[in-house]
Design a protein around this ligand. Structure first.
Ligand SMILES: NC(=O)C[C@H](N)C(=O)O
Length: 458
C-alpha cells in the first residue's frame, strides 16, 4: 500500500490536519488523516459517501468508505477520525478514500438530537438549543464571521496606531448615568458579615462603595488616553434594561476608542466611518463564503464605497416628521424613525450630530456655535438603527465640575487639571454591527450565549 517506509511513517505519525489545510495544501495521492463531524451521508451499492466538517472553516471534505469497513455507529452528527488517500472526485474536487474510519462519539439521534441532516431550521427553533447551535451550518458561519470581525477590529486599529487596553468590568461609575446598572456584591453571608461596617448597606460592604458591572469603559479609557493618545478597549458591557427587543441584550460587546488631540467632530466622524468601512472590507475580502452563509437576507454592503451622510439633529427631526407628523422631539427618535432616516439617506449608514444637551450625558462637549447643543454623534445603520454613539469630551474643568453627577468622579476632574487635552471617542455595539452586515433580525442570533431578561440559564 505504501510506496516506501518514509511514506508509511508520514501517514501514521501525522496528526490530523484541519480540513481547510488539507484542501489548500494537499493533493491527490497524499495520505492524510482528518477529524470532524459527519454532516450528511449517502449510501451507495459499494461505498458510503459522507461529508465531514471540523467547523474551523466552512469547508467540507467528502469521504468515501467501502461499505464493508463502515462502523455501525457511523451516523450524521457523529464525530470521527478518518485516514486514507486523497483522490479527485469525478467533479474534480479532492475527496478522501478512507481506509479506516473510527467513530469517537456517536450521535444518538433517538436521544432527541434536534437537527436532522440537510434540513433548514428557523432561528427561533435553533435558539432553543444554545448548547448545540454551533453544529448548525448557519450558526457556525455566524461564529466564524464574529471571529473575523474581532480580528478585523484589532487589525484595523493597530494599522491606525491604536493601543489595546483592558478597562475594568467591576466599576463604581455608571458612565452613561442612565441607572441601568447591575450591582455586584458578595453572595457569601459570612464574608458580608465580616466586612460590613456599622450602617453600611450590603452592596457597599465589600468595596466600601456600590460597585457595578461596567456599562461602558469610556471614563477609564479617557484616563488612559491622557498618557497614550490612541487607545481602544473591546469587551463585554452590561445593561440592566428591561427590554426583550430584537436589538437589546443584558450583556453585549462594545468596541470603544478614545483619541487624544481630537478637537473637531469631523475628525471623529471620519475615524468612525473609516473604521466601519475598513472592518467590513476586510471581512468581505477574506471570508466571502462564510459571509454569504451567515446572512439571513442578501445584504447590500455597497455603502463601503460611499460617503456616509451627516445630518444635524434638526435635519434628522425634519426627516422623522415626514414619516410621522406628530413626531415628538422630547421623546427622541424611535427605532422606526431611525430606520426611516437611514432609508431616506439611501440606506447608507448615517451620522446625526449637534445633539440637544439635555438628551446626552454629562461628559459631552458643548458646541462652540451653540451652547444648547453638544458635539455628540449617533451613527444609524440599515436594519439596526443606532450602531455607534460618540462625542468630543468636555475638557473645560469648570463646565465639567458644574455637571459632574457624583463625588465618586473627582478623579475624572483631575484629568482636566494635569495635561488636559481635547479628546473624542465612541462606542460601537459589536452585535448590532454584526446584525447590520449579516441582515440578522435578532441580536440573540449573533452571540453564542445571549443574556436577556428571564434568560440566563445556559
Ligand atoms: N465610549 C463611548 O463613547 C460609548 C459611550 N460611553 C456609550 O456607552 O454609548
Amino acid at each position: 500500500m505504501f510506496k516506501n517506509f518514509k511514506m508509511f511513517r508520514r501517514y501514521y505519525n501525522s496528526s490530523a490536519k484541519s480540513i481547510a489545510n488539507v484542501l489548500k495544501n494537499k493533493e491527490s495521492g497524499d495520505f492524510i488523516s482528518v477529524q470532524g463531524w459527519v454532516k450528511s451521508m449517502r449510501k451507495m451499492k459499494e461505498n458510503v459517501f459522507f461529508d465531514v466538517s471540523d467547523g474551523c472553516s466552512e469547508k467540507r471534505l467528502q469521504i468515501l468508505l467501502n461499505n464493508s469497513l463502515k462502523p455501525t455507529d457511523l451516523t450524521p452528527g457523529s464525530s470521527i477520525i478518518a485516514k486514507g488517500k486523497l483522490s479527485l472526485s469525478p467533479k474534480g474536487d479532492l475527496e478522501l478514500n478512507a481506509e479506516e474510519v473510527k467513530v469517537l462519539g456517536e450521535c444518538i439521534v433517538s436521544e432527541g438530537y434536534p437537527f436532522a441532516p440537510k434540513k433548514q431550521y428557523n432561528a427561533d427553533y435553533i435558539r432553543q438549543y444554545l448548547h448545540l447551535r454551533s453544529r448548525t451550518n448557519k450558526f457556525s458561519s455566524v461564529l466564524r464571521i464574529r471571529d473575523a470581525a474581532t480580528f478585523a477590529v484589532h487589525e484595523h486599529l493597530h494599522e491606525q496606531g491604536y493601543i489595546n487596553v483592558h478597562t475594568p468590568i467591576l466599576t463604581s461609575n455608571d458612565c452613561e448615568g442612565a441607572g441601568e446598572v447591575f450591582t455586584v456584591f458578595p453572595d457569601n453571608k459570612e464574608t458580608l458579615k465580616q466586612m460590613s461596617k456599622p450602617n453600611q448597606s450590603k452592596e457597599e460592604a465589600y468595596f466600601n462603595s456600590k460597585v457595578f458591572l461596567s456599562v461602558s469603559g469610556q471614563l477609564h479609557l479617557e484616563a488612559l488616553s491622557h498618557g497614550i493618545s490612541k487607545v481602544y478597549t473591546f469587551g463585554p458591557t452590561f445593561r440592566a434594561e428591561n427590554s426583550r427587543s430584537r436589538l437589546h441584550l443584558s450583556e453585549f460587546y462594545m468596541l470603544e476608542t478614545e483619541t487624544a488631540f481630537m478637537s473637531d467632530i469631523k475628525q471623529l466622524t471620519d475615524h468612525i466611518e473609516n473604521m466601519v468601512v475598513e472592518m467590513t472590507k476586510k471581512i468581505l475580502n477574506k471570508y466571502p463564503e462564510d459571509l454569504k452563509k451567515a446572512q439571513d437576507i442578501e445584504v447590500d454592503l455597497s455603502w463601503v464605497n460611499k460617503k456616509f451622510p451627516i445630518l444635524t439633529y434638526e435635519e434628522a427631526v425634519d426627516i422623522a416628521k415626514q414619516r410621522d407628523v406628530s413626531f415628538n422631539s422630547e421623546e427622541g427618535f424611535t427605532k422606526e424613525d431611525e430606520m426611516f432616516i437611514v432609508k431616506h439617506c439611501g440606506n447608507i449608514p448615517t451620522f446625526i450630530i449637534d445633539w440637544p444637551k439635555e438628551k446626552k450625558p454629562f461628559y459631552m462637549k458643548e458646541c462652540t456655535h451653540d451652547s444648547t447643543k453638544v458635539d455628540a454623534l449617533d451613527l444609524l445603520a440599515p436594519n439596526v438603527g443606532e450602531v455607534v454613539g460618540g462625542s468630543l469630551r468636555e475638557n473645560s474643568y469648570e463646565k465639567l465640575k458644574e455637571n459632574l453627577p457624583s463625588e465618586n468622579l473627582e478623579w475624572y476632574l483631575d484629568l482636566r487639571k494635569f495635561g488636559s487635552v481635547p479628546t473624542g471617542g465612541c462606542g460601537l455595539g459589536f452585535e448590532r454591527y454584526l446584525q447590520m452586515i449579516l441582515g440578522i433580525s435578532s441580536i440573540k442570533d449573533v452571540i453564542p450565549f445571549p443574556r436577556w431578561p428571564h434568560n440566563c440559564n445556559l
